[in-house]
Design a binder for this molecule. Structure first.
Ligand code: AHR
Length: 647
């Protein structure tokens, strides 16, 4: 076989912004993940379900950390079902010899309106130990020599005076580091803070606050942060996870969702204004994925991360619609103005001058310079005439005020809907979502070829092969790779893409296949991560006209790029072998996986060579081009396949 590339005929250019990233608060991607806070349920808000939601929806069953009991030597049961409820998840009473205390969730003496709940602690017998423990998110990763910043608020009526000891314990109850405070006799809320440097390490550690005197006190907003965060930012990000994202060099980051933007219902939907300012004053958001998000990884933290890694911001605004799979409520059109204003305010907050209202608040919150926000998406997975109508209103308001912001239309869970497009006045970019089964990409290599061209671009805002691939395997990666090649092939149309979901805590996976998996101390990226990294790093600039000649069993040469193949049915046991790239007469690459019987050809059953072989050989050729910097003379592909019928 031979491949001829005609370098003098340039085809579609490949978009420089093709590879981005998409962050959503799903599977504890943020809280208990990228956001480095170690305390779970720090504000004691994670117990109730927001008004208007019901427990009947499976997604709404509160997820709970496993039971933790100090007396039994730490975390005692990691296998409790997630629907175990507690009034104060993440927190447990701990008592040593003769110690006695009771805990209850309270709404007395709210610290502020954003964190109305707190924990009432009545110490009846201080004994050897009487206190409360927090398990973190399935354990805390405490590293020897690292420093941790602890803060919490205590309310007393002024009569309580005693010692409060904060200690980090290992799973088997060894003290890793501690600090003691003396409470003054001041009535009301008092903030306590300290640093603790760990003398030992444990990846399943927990924090215990214990009290030396009898009495009643209230506890709220307990925060424990490693000082060592990504780029040492306060209220920052877990280093290993942030580094994974940074190493993808995404052109942009889409945030914060996904269904998360839409909310279970309109009342509990995400609002960026709840995610800025002091962390204890940020109201939490009830995620459609069944837990409360602290909003600690808020608008500033997200945009600063974009800035830190050289990515552009892509903010998704709610357009007055809640998640279609749940309540699917569209607020009435005549109540939309506040949503339009909210989207405009978000852009002003991120990019406005410090003399503007929201730009000034950004400066006040520590970032006078504008952030690199360049895109706004209107809604998530909405489509149809109702959505199209409100898209037009949002579009006009935003485009008039911010002509340089790129505006993205959402497109439902699936392909670009031309019917919806036709009802929109102007579409710059349309976001299609593509969760597909294994090998879909191979038999649909021409998916984007069929799209009409009339000026709009496509953003594949969420894609992943997640059917028939377990939790993600090589077949998933090959399919993802071919899908990306089809985007490149249609570079005149497809300008952006982002894999989804990006992050998942292995203790609470809401989605079958995720790009980066982690627990409290460890993390790994799947093969697709490395494939996307490779594709982004060696992204082609332009498509070149090429011609592939295949040598088949009867040594007949056929060009499949030029459509000279005709139709034929091939044995399911077809396999590719010995893929080799020759440059200046020398072998510069010999494939690994194609040297083995080709598993992914085998499982697909009978196929039509005109579609499938085109996709596969094109992917093989282009993948090699990436591997070797696109500089090669010829490659040899020996195909062993048994023709069953056809021409
Ligand atoms: O990525 C997971 C979910 O898939 C997103 O929240 C939603 O947009 C899509 O349906």
């Amino acid at each position: 076989a031979s491949l001829t590339i005609n370098a003098s005929t340039l085809g579609n250019p490949v978009s420089a912004t093709l590879h981005g990233a998409f962050f959503e608060e799903i599977s504890h991607a943020g809280d208990g993940g990228l956001y480095a806070e170690l305390i779970q349920n720090r504000g004691f808000e994670d117990a109730t379900i927001p008004q208007g939601n019901t427990l009947e929806d499976g997604f709404l069953i509160p997820k709970r950390t496993p039971h933790f009991d100090m007396r039994n030597g730490g975390v005692s049961d990691w296998k409790l079902p997630w629907n175990v409820t507690s009034d104060y998840p993440g927190w447990y009473p701990v008592t040593g010899k003769n110690g006695g205390l009771t805990l209850s969730l309270s709404i007395n003496h709210p610290l502020n309106t954003a964190t109305p709940h707190n924990l009432k602690i009545t110490i009846s017998k201080p004994g050897m130990l009487a206190g409360v423990a927090n398990t973190g998110y399935w354990g805390m990763n405490i590293i020897r020599g690292d420093t941790y910043l602890l803060s919490f608020y205590l309310w007393t009526d002024g009569s309580y005076g005693g010692e409060v000891k904060a200690a980090l314990y290992s799973k088997d109850s060894a003290i890793l580091g501690s600090h003691s405070f003396l409470t003054g006799r001041k009535a009301g809320w008092v903030k306590y803070s300290c640093t603790i440097t760990a003398k030992k390490m444990d990846s399943h550690a927990h924090l215990v606050l214990s009290f030396s005197k009898k009495g009643t006190i209230y506890l709220d907003f307990v925060s424990l942060f490693p000082r060592n965060t990504y780029k040492n930012r306060p209220n920052g990000l877990r280093k290993d996870l942030a580094q994974y994202i940074a190493n993808l060099h995404p052109a942009f980051i889409r945030w914060p969702g996904g269904c998360y933007v839409e909310g279970m219902n309109i009342q509990s939907a995400f609002d960026w204004k709840n995610t800025i300012g002091p962390i204890e004053k940020r109201p939490e958001t009830y995620s459609p994925w069944g837990y409360w998000s602290t909003n600690g990884f808020g608008f500033d933290e997200y945009l600063r991360f974009c800035e830190d890694i050289g990515a552009k911001g892509l903010f998704v605004a709610n357009v007055g619609v809640s998640c279609e799979m749940r309540s699917g409520t569209f607020i009435p059109d005549d109540s939309l103005q506040s949503y339009i204003q909210n989207a405009l305010d978000a852009i002003e907050y991120a990019t406005g001058s410090i003399t503007s209202k929201w730009g000034n608040l950004r400066a006040h919150n520590g970032h006078p310079k504008p952030y690199p926000l360049e895109y706004i998406e209107l809604g998530n997975e909405q489509s149809g005439p109702r959505y199209a109508r409100r898209y037009n209103w949002f579009y006009n308001a935003i485009h008039t005020k911010y002509p340089n912001i790129h505006i993205i239309a959402s497109m439902g869970l699936g392909d670009v809907n031309h019917y919806t497009l036709d009802s929109m006045q102007h579409v710059q970019i349309a976001d299609e979502h593509a969760y597909k089964a294994a090998f879909w990409a191979m038999s649909n290599y021409n998916h984007f070829d069929k799209y009409r061209r009339d000026g709009y671009k496509v953003y594949v805002g969420e894609y992943a092969t997640n059917g028939g691939v377990g939790r993600g395997n090589m077949n998933a990666t090959l399919s993802d790779a071919v899908y990306i090649l089809s985007m490149e092939h249609n570079g005149d149309l497809v300008s952006m893409s982002s894999y989804a979901p990006l992050l998942a805590n292995v203790h609470d996976e809401d989605w079958p296949v995720n790009l980066i998996n982690f627990d409290a101390s460890k993390s790994y990226a799947r093969i697709s991560y490395y494939m996307i990294q490779m594709m982004a790093k060696s992204r082609a600039d332009v498509n070149l006209k090429s011609k592939l000649l295949l040598q088949q069993d009867a040594l007949k040469k056929r060009s499949i790029f030029d459509g000279g193949v005709g139709f034929a049915t091939w044995d399911t046991q077809a396999e590719y072998k010995d893929l080799e790239v020759i440059q200046d007469g020398k072998t510069v690459y010999r494939s690994d996986f194609l040297n083995r019987p080709n598993e992914w050809a085998k499982v697909r059953g009978t196929w039509d060579i005109q579609d499938s072989a085109l996709a596969e050989t094109a992917s093989g050729a282009q993948t090699l081009a990436y591997l070797k910097g696109r500089s090669f003379d010829t490659y040899t592909l020996n195909v062993k396949a048994r023709k069953l019928s056809g021409t």
